[in-house]
Design a protein. Structure first.
Length: 309
């Protein structure tokens, strides 16, 4: 589906810049808030299952209480037994220009006023913190020919900070990397891994799908997080509107009322085809709205992992 329904917008506003600067703190706060929200449904498992802790119950040994977590949350959590094995959690981000889509109706000081790339990096930063807390190794791959980023998977707080720095430095633009460029990352990503790919899948669609199909295997689980915004879902425009393709920068002047029906039909078809292709490839798939609370997406990812296992 062409991205001709996306209006051109400022790349970053002051509140978005502040969020990126404070990415470590933001990721920790979101992760801790999410952990408190799911404390009654935590299950044991491997990978980003958010299962390192459970609520304290009468009869649990006091020595098992995580007092550091209690100091941060004012709640008692018991650390579960060490899992048999950790996995490599790979964060894969699409940084094509279509990821600059944001809500047209957001105000500059509106905390929701961010684009898809901001949302993607904040989501992945939060997931990386959760994985790092569980002892999993974290790696990062930016799907960009012009601004490639590849960090091998390692664990530990110091490496986690490197991942956050790399996420903060990612800029939108460029094309999908050549197949030769991805040979090294492909080999790394296929070893006991959970690969989380975040994209709107508008640009380089078939390239990204082919990349994910190569990854999926007995030792690798692949999840696709498809980003959208309220404006894309609802098409709330009125009157005569100039739409600009964020990739080609071509623009068209259209009456919103005349364009809405065709746009919504094309979008529904695009989503249906994409979901079918991912399902056939046995790739987990969920849709995340950047105008909704980010913890809702974390719950979706947790639910998706449980269905896939």
């Amino acid at each position: 589906m062409a991205n001709t329904t996306s209006q051109s917008l400022n790349l970053l506003n002051p509140s978005a810049l502040a969020r990126i600067k404070d990415l470590p703190l933001l990721a920790k706060c979101l992760a801790q808030g999410f952990l408190q929200g799911v404390q009654h449904s935590i299950q044991k498992g491997t990978g980003v299952e958010f299962s390192q802790y459970r609520s304290y119950e009468p009869g649990d040994a006091l020595s098992k209480i995580d007092w550091k977590l209690y100091a941060r949350s004012d709640k008692y959590f018991v650390r579960e037994a060490q899992r048999e094995s950790n996995i490599n959690v790979w964060l894969v981000i699409d940084s094509s220009n279509s990821m600059l889509q944001q809500s047209v109706h957001s105000q500059p000081d509106d905390p929701r006023s961010w684009h898809k790339l901001d949302y993607a990096r904040t989501l992945l930063a939060t997931l990386s913190y959760l994985a790092q807390q569980q002892g999993d190794a974290i790696g990062l791959l930016n799907l960009s020919q012009d601004n490639p980023q590849f960090l091998p998977a390692h664990n530990g707080a110091q490496h986690w900070r490197k991942v956050l720095l790399a996420l903060a430095r990612i800029k939108a633009g460029g094309t999908f990397p050549a197949a030769q460029t991805l040979l090294k990352p492909l080999a790394r990503l296929q070893d006991n891994a959970l690969v989380i790919v975040v994209s709107d899948f508008y640009q380089h669609n078939q390239d990204i799908l082919a990349f994910m199909r190569k990854l999926n295997g007995s030792k690798t689980e692949v999840m696709a997080i498809q980003l959208e915004s309220d404006d894309e879902v609802l098409f709330p425009y009125e009157g005569l509107i100039r739409f600009e393709d964020l990739e080609s920068h071509q623009s068209r002047l259209l009456w919103a009322k005349d364009a809405k029906r065709d746009y919504l039909a094309a979008r529904a078809e695009f989503n249906h085809v994409l979901a079918s292709q991912l399902n056939q490839a046995q790739i987990g798939h969920t849709i995340a709205n950047i105008d909704k609370p980010l913890d809702a997406t974390l719950h979706q990812i947790l639910s998706l992992r449980r269905r896939l296992r």
